[in-house]
Design a protein around this ligand. Structure first.
Ligand code: PLP
Length: 389
């Protein structure tokens, strides 16, 4: 089976992790700050906080921005559930803004309409909006940022798919148009630390809050303490935090992987450009890219033109899997998940997202993909979609 995504682990990565295992620190040593440095440098942000997952990063980012009971956070339905769950962890409510039918990202016009409607009807305005750079393609951050100023919401960019990408020639994660950006380093993502996440920001107060929250709310910084030190052992818990720390093995793997970031993203862009060409005569829509951005190309999503295909969406998916193509579907609209339906969301609420779900398929795309593998994906797709079965 050719998987839809796969990590690349080199001897250099293995050596980096083994070196840590032989060292004095398995956690809270020098590798985490080194990894954070590599992220800061790559994305041009003032602060980077490494944690054990992007889900944890989303949670502490929401808390740092003051999300709590009585607040509402808005995100897109076409994302991994974690982008929405983080608001619920904080006791806040979640709501969604439907996607743009070309980019599949949160639609900026619909965001504005929803804001106007909320304001006119005295409804709660969002405390935070979480745009997700789906497949690595950046959202229209300048417009979202402008709306944030106008309507008073903060912005967390969910860049789980987007490390190494650029928006208007600047690296995603530099927080020019947001308060915090979060990244994921799960093995299917562009860079991996096995499990892991990072939050970047340029705001020292937010960085300090997230640093406390990732490690129990405990500080050893005398300037934050309420009492005089009792002695060399002394620390204070000044907030209710968690254990969301990244290990030294994970961070060392991350440092080693980050040295290949540009190569990873360049290869993904080459493979994606190949797909654009190879698939152009098939009954499907290839991903449209905006000209002011450079996508990390985490995923390659095709949309089937079902009225030109003999098989159903599900049949195409199953035929591809049967023939060794490890396709997937990113994502089931979050508001249609049973847990979210329990909260009151209903089908029909976010039509573009629901339409997307009826014909989208993610086809294999990963750094080590060979020409033969890519040709096989295209050949199998050609047979299945033309029903030359
Ligand atoms: C993978 C992913 C997450 C969660 O990342 P973890 O590191 O697995 O917690 C959140 N949002 C999006 C869009 C993702 O793709």
């Amino acid at each position: 089976m050719i998987p839809y995504g796969k990590q690349e682990i080199t001897q250099q990565d293995i050596d980096a992790v083994v070196d840590v295992l032989k060292s004095d620190f398995l956690t809270q040593g020098p590798q985490v700050p080194l990894f954070e440095e590599s992220i800061k440098k790559a994305v041009n942000a003032e602060y980077a906080l490494a944690v054990n997952s992007a889900t944890s990063a989303l949670h502490i980012a929401c808390l740092a921005l003051g999300v709590g009971l009585g607040d509402v956070v808005w995100t897109t339905p076409i994302t991994f559930v974690a982008s929405a769950n983080c608001a619920l962890y904080c006791g806040a409510n979640i709501d969604f803004v439907d996607i743009n039918s070309d980019t599949y990202n949160l639609c900026t016009d619909k965001l504005e309409q929803k804001l106007i409607h909320a304001k006119a009807n005295d409804l709660l305005l969002p405390k935070v909006v979480i745009p997700v750079h789906l497949c690595g393609q950046p959202c229209e951050m300048d417009k979202i940022h402008k709306l944030g100023k106008e309507y008073g919401f903060s912005i967390i960019e969910d860049a789980s798919h987007a490390i190494g990408g650029k928006y208007k020639s600047n690296p995603i994660g530099n927080c020019e148009y947001s308060d915090i950006t979060i990244f994921s380093f799960h093995p299917v993502k562009i860079v991996t630390t096995a499990e892991g996440g990072v939050a970047t920001t340029n705001n020292p107060a937010l960085a300090q809050k997230m640093e406390l929250l990732r490690s129990h709310g405990i500080t050893r910084d005398a300037s934050l303490m309420t009492e005089q030190s009792h002695g060399g052992w002394y620390y204070e818990q000044i907030a209710l935090g968690f254990n969301y720390r990244m290990t030294e093995m994970q961070a060392a793997l991350g440092v080693s992987q980050m040295s290949r970031l540009h190569d990873f993203v360049a290869t993904r862009n080459t493979l994606a450009a190949n797909y654009d060409q190879l698939l152009k005569d098939l009954p499907l829509i290839t991903p449209k890219q905006s000209d002011d951005s450079y996508s990390g190309r985490h995923l390659y999503v095709i949309r089937l033109k079902l009225n030109e295909i003999a098989l159903s969406h599900k049949e195409v998916f199953e035929q591809l899997r049967l023939r060794g193509i490890g396709v997937n579907l990113h994502y089931i609209p979050v508001h249609t998940q049973p847990y979210y339906k329990e909260l009151g969301f209903v089908e029909g609420q976010f039509i573009e997202s629901e339409n997307y779900y009826t014909d989208a398929i993610s086809i294999p795309l990963f750094h080590t993909m060979t020409q033969e593998q890519q040709d096989k994906v295209v050949a199998v797709l050609t047979v299945v979609l033309n029903k030359l079965l």
